[in-house]
Design a protein around this ligand. Sequence first.
Ligand code: GLN
Length: 196
Amino acid sequence: MKIGILAVQGDFAAHAAMLAGMGIESVEVRTREDLTGCDGLILPGGESTTQLQFLQEEGLYDAIKQFADSGKAILGTCAGAILLATEVKNPQQESLGLLDMTVLRNGYGRQVHSDVVSGPSTLKKEPMEMVFIRGPIFERVGPDVKVLAEYAGKPALVQKGHILAAAFHPELTEDTTVHRYFLQQAGGNGSARPRA
Ligand code: GLN
């Protein structure tokens, strides 16, 4: 199992460290060629506008769409989730449109500007810890989109087929639940060992 991580800007290294702790190999993705042979792709948090511009300039925009169309798994966290959405507001911005939802950038405002909170999740019995850093609100999700975790009554982790999006940063906690679930979608057995 080999996972690509978009490594243009943002917290891609934190995702790599989490995967390494789970015994999973990852590669930094900066070109179309880097995607070759990857079983899944992570779009990390950071600045979605900067990341989008890079994707468009490097031809990765279309390559990622093809990657998704071929049934490969993608996990977008925070800015990465914004890139996956079909509609982006505040301000409006182009996106890959791989997951039917409307997102509001920086939607949690000053109260939850950056905070560690917890909310219910279908992936585990205990509440899921969520690190928000200027995260988007998932304002609307399509009828085929599954809600896997919520915060303050709003979807915070969603799935459509092989595409997963989190408004928060699972890579910044000790909890490997979201990454384990993503690896299952990417074709792994999800039995990666937990972090020490
Ligand atoms: N606010 C950023 C954006 O709109 C996302 C923040 C993050 O990824 N932590 O792109």
